[in-house]
Design a protein around this ligand. Structure first.
Ligand SMILES: [Zn+2]
Length: 445
């Protein structure tokens, strides 16, 4: 069908984030060479994208917000491009066949800033004396040209040069560090597939502390002034890591870095192999240990197993919230059962207007998605019994490790473990109906 690639609607990405991403192609690798000047908030970059067509293609619709493109080449040849709003349209020299691969190089620069979204400002953000990236769900194009769709997962190499006094970390393992006069260039390699929203850079007047050197290396990057309270609050994280590996399966990445910014942050946020907290969440009293568990659990649920569409957000947040309850129980605090009963009562007092497996973009990050998601899992645990439930969780993680997941895939796996009508009814009631179901009676302790 000649011309179909031209007539594709621009919003061929995710319905919750219209105008972003394109499911007609995937980027399999991003090679980003970045230069950042902190005092002037000036970023210049060269991005090399390895692209594979998933359908016949004459143009590539990429996402890039607020930065200016100076050159685009495809396999080394200069091509036509147009950058309008947050879309960078690249005209290919010849039409790509399905599965055909090209390398797209883009030179760009500007002063990065977050973009407004229905969920607040997201993306690259200047701090008082540093930088953070918090992209979920649509902020990645504020610092690199990308196919901003959660299903498009790629490996990354991020090289970044910045003023030497600043500690800089990015998602991936540090593989090279060179000081050149007053500037330092670091290279981070992410060899596991990563969704665009999970790529991050942090820079600030930070120091690094090793929290555990094995079996999963864990470090903290933080301002020296908050070291004592932060380390007190993260003291049990290595034990949490071992516990989650036991319950969910092996930790999916090479290492784990907790970044604590100098500025206070509204919420903690996960990135790949990384989590970001404001110092307001780690004041040394252990009050928010559930959030330490929540962000760590996202490494399995969200980062290794990445949702295919944003409507499946409960698979990220329900599991991460349930992991908080599992850790509470394992650490000798309140049992998951008691937490479930309590949260069900609280949830029952709120309006029941939300379909868990398709809450709509406005309610995507509503706390009811988190709590109802965790409750759905606890309901399933009671229905299946602990042995089957935890075998199911481990099978879920192992089957889709480093891949993409969907509610349909989850339901298929559940019924492969237990096909009784009561299980189908339970899934239907929790995932697709609005009334809040009762928790089933426990099968056994
Ligand atoms: Zn979360």
């Amino acid at each position: 069908m000649t011309g179909s690639a031209y007539s594709r609607p621009v919003s061929s990405g995710d319905p919750y984030v219209p105008g972003r991403g394109d499911v007609a192609f995937e980027v399999t690798h991003y090679d980003l060479d970045l230069d950042y000047k902190m005092s002037s908030n000036r970023l210049s970059g060269k991005a090399l994208l390895e692209v594979v067509a998933l359908a016949p293609l004459a143009k590539l619709h990429l996402d890039l917000a607020g930065l200016r493109v100076s050159k685009v080449t495809v396999d080394g040849d200069a091509v036509k491009w147009a950058h309008r709003g947050e879309r960078l349209n690249v005209t290919l020299r010849h039409r790509l066949a399905t599965d055909e691969r090209v390398r797209v190089a883009i030179a760009y620069a500007g002063s990065p800033a977050p973009v407004r979204s229905p969920w607040g400002e997201v993306g690259w953000e200047e701090l008082d004396d540093g930088v953070l990236v918090a992209s979920q769900p649509s902020g990645a194009p504020t610092w690199f040209p990308c196919n901003d769709h959660p299903r498009s997962k790629a490996t990354y190499r991020i090289a970044i040069e910045c003023d030497s006094p600043y500690e800089v970390v990015a998602t991936g393992t540090l593989t090279d560090k060179r000081v050149r006069g007053s500037r330092t260039r670091r290279v981070f390699e992410q060899r596991r597939p990563m969704a665009t929203y999970l790529a991050a850079v942090h820079a600030g007047q930070y120091e690094q502390v090793l929290l555990a050197d094995g079996p999963v290396p864990q470090r903290v990057v933080l301002p020296a002034a908050v070291k004592a309270p932060v380390l007190a609050d993260l003291e049990r994280q290595p034990r949490m890591m071992s516990f989650f590996a036991e319950v969910f399966g092996r930790y999916p990445f090479d290492d784990y870095t907790v970044v604590v910014t100098a500025d206070e942050l509204e919420i903690p946020l996960e990135a790949q192999g990384m989590a970001t907290f404001g110092p307001n969440w780690l004041r040394g009293r252990g009050a928010e240990e559930r959030l330490v568990a929540h962000e760590l659990a996202h490494q399995w649920f969200g980062n290794s197993l990445t949702i295919s569409t944003w409507s499946d957000i409960w698979l990220n947040e329900g599991f991460a919230c349930y992991a908080e309850w599992l850790w509470s129980e394992a650490s000798g605090a309140v049992s998951a059962d008691a937490l479930a009963e309590g949260h069900r009562s609280q949830l029952a007092a709120l309006p029941q207007t939300l379909v868990l497996a398709d809450p709509g973009p406005r309610l995507m990050f509503d706390d009811r998605v988190y709590k109802r998601g965790a409750l759905a899992l606890h309901a399933l645990r009671r229905q299946l019994g602990d042995d089957t439930f935890f075998a199911l969780v481990r099978a879920w993680v192992a089957t889709y490790e480093h891949g993409s997941v969907s509610t349909a895939g989850f339901v298929d796996l559940v019924v492969a473990h237990d096909d009784r009508p009561a299980v189908h009814e339970l899934l239907d009631a929790w995932l697709w109906r609005t009334p809040l179901p009762l928790l089933p009676a426990a099968t056994h302790a």
